[in-house]
Write a protein that binds this ligand. Structure first.
Ligand code: ADP
Ligand code: ADP
Ligand code: ZN
Length: 216
C-alpha cells in the first residue's frame, strides 16, 4: 500500500504517519526528516538543502525525486509506505507517477489533512521531538504523560527544528498554497483523493484515517 499524506506545515502529517507506521507496519517516508539527517551528516545533499530549508523554501525537485526513488528501492518498503512531505510540487507528483510505474508499484490513496491557516503557527512553534526515538510532541496539544520524559522510550532529551519559527511558517504556507495545493485537483482527477478534518483532535483524525483505510 502506498499512501500520501498531504497538508500544510503543521497539519499533522508526521503525527499521523508515525501512528500508521506503529499500527500497520507501513514505513513513514518523511522527506523533511531525510533532509534534516542529510544536513546533520553534512552530505552533499545536506549542504545544498541547508540554507533553502532555513528560509522555508523548497528543495529542488531533482534532489527530492532522487531521494524518494532510492528509498523506495530498499527492501523494507515492499510492505507499503506513507509519503509524508512528498510530493510537494506538480513536477514531483509527475515524477512519482513515472517512478512508481517503473517499479511496478501503485498509489492507493492521497489523504488531504484539511486545516485553517490560523492554527498552523501555534502548531509549528510548539512542536518538539524526542531526540532519542523521534516521537513527536507539542507544548500544548500533545504533552508526554510525565513532563520531560518521552512516553515511547523514556528518553529525556528533546529537540526543536530550527525552521519552526513564525517567520518561516509564513513562507512555507505560501509554498503550500502556491505549489502543493494544486496537487489536490491532480489527484482528485485520478479518483484517489480522500479528506480528513485536520482541525479535529489528534485521536479523532486517526479514527478518520482508519475509517478511510477500511475502504482502500
Ligand atoms: P506536519 O508533519 O504536518 O508538519 P506535525 O504532525 O508535526 O505536522 O504536527 C505539528 C504539531 O502539531 C506537532 O507538535 C503535533 O504534536 C501537533 N498536532 C498534530 N496534529 C494535531 C491536531 N490534530 N491537533 C492539535 N495539534 C496537533
Ligand atoms: P512540515 O512538517 O512543516 O511540512 P517538512 O519536515 O516536511 O515540513 O519539510 C521541511 C523542509 O524540508 C521544507 O520546508 C522544505 O524546505 C524541505 N522539504 C521537505 N520535503 C520537500 C519536498 N518534497 N520538496 C521540496 N522541499 C522539501
Ligand atoms: Zn523517545
Amino acid at each position: 500500500m502506498i499512501l500520501i499524506l498531504l497538508g500544510a506545515p503543521g497539519a499533522g502529517k508526521g503525527t499521523q504517519a508515525q501512528r500508521l507506521q506503529d499500527k500497520h507496519g507501513l514505513i513513514q517516508l518523511s522527506t523533511g526528516d531525510m533532509l534534516r539527517s542529510a544536513v546533520s551528516e553534512g552530505t552533499e545533499i545536506g549542504l545544498k538543502a541547508k540554507a533553502v530549508m532555513e528560509r522555508g523554501d523548497l528543495v529542488s525537485d531533482d534532489i527530492m525525486t532522487g531521494i524518494i526513488s532510492d528509498r523506495l528501492d530498499q527492501p523494507d518498503c515492499t510492505n507499503g509506505v506513507i509519503l509524508d512531505g512528498f510530493p510537494r510540487t506538480e513536477a514531483q507528483a509527475e515524477a512519482l507517477d513515472s517512478m512508481l510505474a517503473d517499479k511496478k508499484m501503485s498509489l492507493n490513496a492521497v489523504i488531504e489533512m484539511k486545516t485553517d491557516d490560523t492554527v498552523l503557527v501555534e502548531r509549528v512553534t510548539g512542536r518538539y521531538t524526542c531526540a532519542n526515538c523521534g516521537a513527536g510532541y507539542h507544548d500544548k496539544f500533545l504533552k508526554p504523560a510525565e513532563e520531560g520524559v518521552c512516553d515511547k522510550c523514556g528518553g529525556n532529551e528533546f529537540s526543536r527544528r530550527s525552521d519552526d519559527t513564525a517567520e518561516t511558517v509564513t513562507t512555507r504556507l505560501q509554498s503550500y498554497h502556491n505549489q502543493t495545493a494544486p496537487l489536490l485537483p491532480y489527484y482528485k482527477g485520478k479518483g484517489i483523493l480522500k479528506q480528513v478534518d485536520g482541525m479535529a483532535e489528534i485521536e479523532e483524525v486517526t479514527l478518520q484515517i482508519e475509517a478511510l483505510l477500511k475502504n482502500i
